[in-house]
Ligand binder design. Structure first.
Ligand code: A3P
Length: 301
């Protein structure tokens, strides 16, 4: 159990990854049952790296001929209910395969634990990642709110220590990145790496790249008509976090876990970690990042 969460959250280690019971069972079931098709596309992410945003963007991109910014299902559906999650929605995903509209699938599973057919089918993979310190701050608030702990009862230093030991749902974060990064060296053509901070800084370039990669490129006419900008606005934190559904709805996140939708939309600020980390923590985590991920060339500090 996680001591900083007052033992209200239990994790299990399997295949060198920590998971809650729901997600471990979901992974095992996916490994047993899921049969990928070479045309399937996966949105792979570590929790709190911008999954919700990526899902919204992908959904808006692939449904743009049917819906616009005032009719999109995103206006009254949590992005997690628009793009399904392999560890939880296996049956629905299999059911959807019969439809002509089969959207990309999201997963938090580490590369080495993915159902084998995803790898042998050479499915395309979009991988989103984010500065490690902000992921920790984001996870800190998410996890403590899920188990209903106030800030004063959930010491950040303890959360930091467990994070640095890799003990958090889907942890360690560095192994998650490493697995996908190493695989991308062997098959670069099936990977698109997207960085949360870059997506914020250069949204148009990134949304264009994303649309092309998932096989829904924008036409020149669409670009001229401002379709990309409309999608960016629709999926922006400001817009999504103020929708009624995302302020008051609930999400069945696992077999036993219900999460308030609003917890997926917190602050979306860059470098918020500066308000949380002591000099000593910065030194420790930067060293860890260098040791574990220095070779990747990915900027995570
Ligand atoms: P913060 O906790 O730093 O605010 P995930 O979706 O992988 O769980 O990641 C959640 C993080 O993404 C949260 O970060 C959340 O606020 C932020 N986020 C949610 N929707 C977003 C959006 N549309 N644009 C940018 N960031 C978003």
């Amino acid at each position: 159990t996680c001591s900083w969460l007052k033992n209200r959250f239990t994790l299990y280690k399997h295949e060198d990854v920590w998971n809650s019971k729901d997600f471990l069972e979901g992974k095992l079931l996916a490994q047993q049952r899921f049969k990928a098709d070479p045309s399937d596309i996966f949105l792979c992410s570590f929790p709190k790296t911008g999954t919700t945003w990526l899902k919204a963007l992908v959904f808006a991109i692939i449904t743009r001929e049917k819906f616009n910014e005032s009719t999109s299902p995103l206006l009254n559906t949590l992005p997690h209910d628009c793009i399904l999650f392999l560890e939880k929605d296996l049956e629905k995903i299999e059911e959807n395969r019969k439809n002509s509209f089969f959207p990309p699938i999201n997963t938090h599973i580490h590369y080495h634990s993915l159902p084998k057919s995803i790898i042998t089918s050479n499915c395309k993979i979009v991988y989103i990642y984010r500065n490690m310190k902000d992921v920790l701050v984001s996870y800190y608030h998410f996890a403590r709110q899920i188990v209903k702990l106030q800030i004063e009862d959930a010491p950040f230093e303890e959360a930091f220590d467990e994070f640095c030991k890799g003990i958090l749902n889907f942890g360690p974060y560095w192994d998650h990145i490493l697995g996908y990064w190493k695989a991308s060296l062997e098959k670069p053509e099936i990977f698109l790496f997207m960085k949360y901070e870059d997506m914020k800084k250069y949204p148009t370039t990134n949304v264009k790249k994303l649309a092309e990669f998932i096989g829904h490129p924008f036409t020149i006419e669409e670009e001229k008509a401002g379709v990309i900008e409309n999608i960016i606005k629709l999926c922006s934190f400001e817009n999504l976090s103020n929708l009624e559904v995302n302020k008051s709805g609930n999400h069945q996140a696992g077999k036993t876990q219900v999460i308030e939708n609003r917890l997926f939309f917190r602050k979306a600020e860059d470098e918020e970690w500066k308000n949380y980390f002591t000099e000593e923590m910065i030194e420790k985590i930067d060293k860890l990042i260098d040791e574990k991920l220095g070779a990747t060339g990915l900027v995570l500090k």
